[in-house]
Design a protein around this ligand. Sequence first.
Ligand code: FUC
Length: 820
Amino acid sequence: MRPGKLASSALFALALCSVQTAVGGEVEQDHWSSLKLWYKQPAAGWTEALPVGNGRLGAMVFGLTDEERIQFNEETYWSGGPYSQTVKGGYQGLREIQKLIFEGDYIKAHRLFGRRLMGYPVEQQKYQSLGNLILKLEASGDVREYRRELDLDTAVTAVSYVRGGVRFVREVFSSPVDQVIIVRLTADSPGSISFTSELRGCRNDAHSNYATDYFTMDGYGDDGLVLRGKSADYLGVQGKIKYEARLKAVVEGGRTSVDGPYLRISGADAVTLYLAAATNFVSYKDLSGDPRARVDAALEAALRRPYEAVKADHIREHRRLFRRAAVRLASGPASGLPTDERLAACDGTNDPALAALFFQFGRYLLISSSRPGTQPANLQGIWNESMVPSWDSKYTTNINTEMNYWPAEVGNLSECAEPLFRMIGELTDQGREVAREHYGAGGWVFHQNTDLWRVAAPMDGPDWGTFTAGGAWLCTHLWEHYLFSGDRDFLREAYALMKGSVAFFLDFLVEHPKTGWLVTNPSTSPENFPDRPGNDPFYDEVCAWITPGTTICAGSTIDMEILSDLFGYAGEAARTLGVDEEFRRTVLEKRRRLAPLQIGKAGELQEWLEDWGQKEKSHRHISHLYGLYPGNQISLERTPELAQGCRVVLEQRGLEGNGWSSAWKMACWARLAEPERALQNFIFCVHNYTLPSLFSICSKAMQVDGSFGVAAAVAEMLLQSHENDLSFLPALPRAWAEGEVEGLCARGGFEVSLWWKKGVLGRAEIKSKLGRTCRVRTVRAVRLETAGRGAQSLQPHDGIVEFPTGPGLTYALDFAGAPE
Ligand code: FUC
């Protein structure tokens, strides 16, 4: 155990020796060293390989023993180049589409939307795989004592085995400090390392048969390799990304030779391979970078220092972020198994620590795929082996991209969300054009997908493209960041983005002819086909397929919820900044006129304005539950009927879905204070939607959103702060009876550590970053202590204890009746 705040407290010292869990395990005593994913066999395929990443350069490491494969990516290698999807004059069809929708002529409206409002090209660009580092290892004999692991605490993956009487170890990491991927090969007997390596480019699938003219593979000097290429043209957009990947070998003992695209090393004692990669990408509208110069710079810097120093710097930088937060749950009988077996054995009680591992895996992925200055994490983070990945490995904003960032604030990784915030600003470029040309509106709008080039128009087809609230949803992350950080400078910039989004909707919202409510039109509840009369399958000319019906509607519940949040947040931001009083009044007045949330005949929160059913019973999206989580309009205390309506929806949808769907349901159950239901979704996700590497699955493909979502949901079970107070252990499953958290963040600028056993909270430590009044939800008396200021006893009033705080001070709270 790292001597942390809690570990040093007398109470925790006691806990270390005496804690016994319901399942007979103990709170893990060596938390940081238990944060390992490990396996007794190499990866059977890409989805079993282990990820490393520095935010920009990602690699999937297979741990093979004959021919090792390290597949790698550079985050800006996408197809195409700067382009626009905006269709000029599209707005001329808008009024007719709106009229058809209000008249209930949905399929006609769908068709017209397809003709007039879809962006063109209808699809977007694809994230690409850069290459594979292949090591053809020379060794014979059986492999024994094999172990492959990923240490989340060091961000180093390693493989170790004995072959021919020699123990071989390979370590791989992607350094955010040196901007290189490093592969270090060692053996316990001198002269034992021999292999031939290649830097293989990836075949471009635009080619029909065998040839590819997109890259070249060469030797580089007498100890290196180089791969150079360009991106593919796609959708009529010229491929303008140029890239270079270069490998440099530093060999201890042995001989090195280069022959064409092969680098051969024989009889070495140890080898360090430095892999640098870069493109010409500077921004979504500037490709003036020099990949070669960038690679030179990275390699020069990394080679100036010894390997051990580069590795130590890497670990230090990773831990600076990673060690800020911890969730520790008791280990159980299954906790010591290899990770793949652990997943298979998980029954919800035999391994509470597994949920803690998921929490940290989510944080690990965020640190590895999204750092200040990099691109945001896409559907696969930065890891992708394909030239035609599922959904192009883009940014899907009707749930997925948002979910990627759910653990950022609560998980004490606030700055890892910077790439998302920057992307919102970049989207306003084309977002403004689309607002004007597609809707005749001011401000900016962004729909359900974008790519490296920050296109903003409706895409894929009218069933998906009618989601106008993608940009507004992203804007809620700006406000949340302010709630957690209290950063007024940030708010000032964020406010301009929020105001632009509001401006679009002020123009776009229309009065519903029957109810007088303000609604979006066209609208959709993402990807869910309502079961309403006449919504039958038809051939859709945009997608060239038989669609099950149309999703088009007016005023979907999620639109109304997101806009209610956006308008409320923008109004609050204006008030906080002391600006735009008249704008604020208008926005709040419009907010009051938005269509209200409604309860349907089965008691469920309605997904649409009308009480329609849905064609697919256990549809994976639970869009209308946005208002429960991640939004904050529905709560057990403030809106009990609506909360009950959400519960009915969750019952109706059941457990089926995919990784991100399970994660979302977990978080919703946590907000409904139903820990066992949250845990049930976690277990279902573990067994059905999780790869051995803990990566989440969506429709058979690896997708990172679920991993991020589970991390956020675990946090939501342990700490909530959306009700203007701190709620500790609001959804603690029985099986998580013993544990502690450290460094979780709460709105209002508080950093929280908790310790509990027998399912009862014993102590909390709260660090106040902003010096605001702290409100803690409890019915128990509390002994409050601040360093140097003595102790006092606080009695709860109406279930709350409240005390003033000073910035930078930490407060210890001991709860009456804490278990011995
Ligand atoms: C939405 C989801 C799919 C998938 C895709 C990337 O379309 O409905 O399940 O996650 O995004």
